[in-house]
Structures are given as C-alpha cells and as structure tokens.
Design a protein around this ligand. Structure first.
Ligand SMILES: [Zn+2]
Length: 391
C-alpha cells in the first residue's frame, strides 16, 4: 500500500493533490491513513461515472496514470469515453487465477467470447488463459453458427464470456444436433442468476463467476466451495456508504476498490456496484474475505448485454431526433432464454429505423423499436425502465 501511494504521488499530479489534501502523504502501515482508518476515509471516493469527465480534463487518462503513457502495452476505451490502460505484466488484469480455480489447464482449448474491439475484456481473458498455457480461440461476439463450428473443430473445452451468450451457444448447438465439447466456463460482465447457472450446467458445463472492472481488473471470483466471491489479493475492497465511510461486514454498500499496482493506481475507486462483505472463512481454505455477490447498482447506470448503459446517452440520442419523436421511453427486459432486450418505445412520425440507428450509434446496442400511440407513454413516467428480475 505504501509503495502504491508513493508511486501515485510521484507519477500522477492528480493523485498527489488528492492524497495530500486528505493528509495521506506520509501514511504508515497500521496507521490511521491506511484502509479503514479515519484519514484514509477522508480521501473522497473517485466514482466511476465521474471518471470520464476527470479523464476528459487532460486526455486520455486525466493525469491519473502512475507511469508515462509510453510505458503502456495497450489503451482501451469503454462506453462513456472512459480510457483504460494495459500495463506490460503478462497477466496484467490477474484473471489467470480465476481460470486456474475453475480447472482450466495447460493445453486446454478456450473459446474466448469477449470482444477484442476497443474494450478490454477480450484481452483480459486472452492474457489470463495464455498465462496458464491454454490455447485461445479469439472468438469475440456474434456469428453463433461459426462459433459453434469452430468450437467443435478445435475441441474447445473451456469458455470465457457472458453467461447469457454461453447459454445461447449451448442451446443452439444442442438444437442443431451438434452439441459443444465445452466442459468449464468462467463468466463475467453481467449477473448470473441461479436459474441461468442451472440451465448452463444442464449442458454439462461447470460455471464459475468472476467479478472485475475494465479499470482495476479482477476484484473477486468463485472458488466452487463456498458462496460468494473471494476478493483478489491484487486489490483492497471496502464496502462504503454514500459518504465514503467504510461499512462493517454484512452491511450493503458500494464496492470501493483500491488497485495495488503502480501503472494505474486507482485509490478508493467507486465501482457503482452494491455488495456486502462475508467475514466467515470459506471451506476451500483461501484466507481472503468474500463479497456476497452483485446486489445492484448504486446509480441508474445499468448494464445491458454486458455493456454499461447510461440513460443520458439515450436522452442525447433521442434529442437528436427532435420533431420526429413526441414521447419515448427505454425498457430493458430479459427474455425466457436470459437474453437482455433493449426496447425503445416512441410516439411520433420518425422512421423507426432512424430511431434504431441513433440509439445504436449512441450506446453500441441494437434495440428493438416499437411505435406506440402518444397516450401509451405517461408524460411524467421514467424515461428508463429496468424490468429484469435477477432472483
Ligand atoms: Zn473459497
């Protein structure tokens, strides 16, 4: 922790200012300037939804980087124009241990169905699998029939990607009479309700959840023995109330993460996710505390098909159609096969294709578009409705 604070002060003018303002310039181990201490809690939480605007002040990283940009391996960009750095460590985001805990082995063929395009998830799991000596198929997203053919041809037994996409592949392959050879999967990017886990495991695939962000990498993962997510030792996790005070185990609050690395030393980074700490030891013997699992979002920011969706992005897209759209609202639901559906309902003369194109350009999701009579959308109702049920 001291090393991280020193590197952050030395490498980043923004962190120097933030740490000095909180009186953390000379924090000592065990002192009140360490996690949980009063001085530590005086350091304001850097909230994920503000990261984009902090970075925009001095692009691409807003002075938050702990090393010169020249020392990075890659630069990614997430929705909301948030830039994510990759350092040069082979398994920079630390997901290798998750795959190992899930039973992935050297030589195993892994179908990696995370996107390699702009956002980092594809490279995160590629690096993790390579660190274990796995053979990776950089499958990305889309083209399900091609994915099924390839998985069968190469004998892929491992899968990394969204759980809903895994179920879609398994169901489609089984329906075509060409079942997949997949045996184990590590999934992340969206919640994993027990009903979805059960449907995947009915295909003979063991599923383990990982939890992390594009900014800090791995935060927690399932071991297969106890409930919840073991906290990775590459991060310090606090559960905080809205004022940034650390809450005791069992209480629900925001997952606030400090990344113990010098490339991008995010200190008290507010993920916007809700969870609680489980203090009881796990039967697997790993000594770390656990997170109870994902319990919702702090703000209205939500995730659809693994992509962050900010209602403000939708508002901007719909404002661009002014005149053609009298009223509108966005609805997110899950269909019977656990797939997210984003539907734009609108009243007006605009061409539904123009509405779809505007939304797709703004949020990188392909919505269903439904034209409704003006009275169908209440004038004072919410513009954004998340009707998914995660129980
Ligand atoms: Zn465990």
């Amino acid at each position: 922790m001291r090393k991280v604070l020193a590197a952050a002060r030395a490498g980043s003018p923004v962190w120097r200012e933030r740490l000095d303002a909180a009186g953390l310039a000379d924090a000592e181990p065990g002192g009140d300037g360490m996690p949980g201490g009063p001085r530590w809690q005086a350091l304001p939480v850097l909230r994920k939804e503000l990261l984009g605007s902090v970075q925009a002040g001095s692009p691409p990283f807003g002075g938050l980087l702990g090393v010169p940009v020249e020392q990075l391996a890659r630069i990614f960009v997430s929705p909301g124009d948030v830039y994510d750095p990759q350092g040069t460590d082979p398994d920079y985001w630390r997901f290798g241990k998750v795959l190992a805990a899930a039973g992935f082995e050297r030589g195993e063929r892994v179908l990696n169905c995370f996107s390699y395009h702009l956002t980092p998830a594809g490279f995160m799991f590629d690096a993790a699998a390579r660190a274990l000596g796995c053979v990776v198929v950089p499958a990305g997203v889309g083209q399900q029939d091609l994915q099924i053919r390839v998985a069968r041809a190469v004998g892929a037994t491992g899968y990394t990607g969204l759980p809903s996409y895994l179920l879609a592949l398994l169901d489609r392959a089984a329906a075509a009479g060409t079942p997949l050879p997949l045996r184990r999967a590590v999934v992340t990017g969206e919640p994993l309700p027990e009903a979805l886990r059960a449907r995947i495991e009915a295909h003979g695939v063991t599923v383990r959840q990982a939890y992390g962000t594009a900014d800090v990498g791995l935060i927690g993962y399932e071991c297969g023995r106890g409930a919840g997510l073991h906290i990775d030792d590459g991060v310090i996790v606090e559960i905080c109330d809205p004022d940034g005070r650390t809450l005791p185990p069992g209480e629900v609050g925001e997952v606030v993460v400090t990344a113990l690395q010098e490339t991008y030393p995010l200190i008290r980074f507010g993920t916007g996710d809700l969870s609680a700490l489980v203090a009881e030891p796990c039967p697997c013997g790993r000594p770390s505390a656990r997170l109870k699992g994902w319990m919702g979002r702090v703000s209205e920011v939500t995730k659809v098909r693994g992509i962050f969706l900010y209602p403000k992005q939708l508002e901007a897209a719909m404002a661009g159609l002014a005149g053609g759209v009298q009223r509108w609202r966005a609805v997110v639901e899950r269909d019977a096969d656990h797939r997210d559906v984003l539907r734009i309902e609108f009243a007006g003369q605009a061409d539904p294709r123009a509405v779809r194109d505007a939304v797709r350009a703004a949020v990188r999701l392909n919505p269903d578009v439904l034209v409704v009579p003006p009275g169908a959308i209440p004038a004072d109702g919410p513009l954004f409705q998340d009707r998914r049920n995660w129980d």
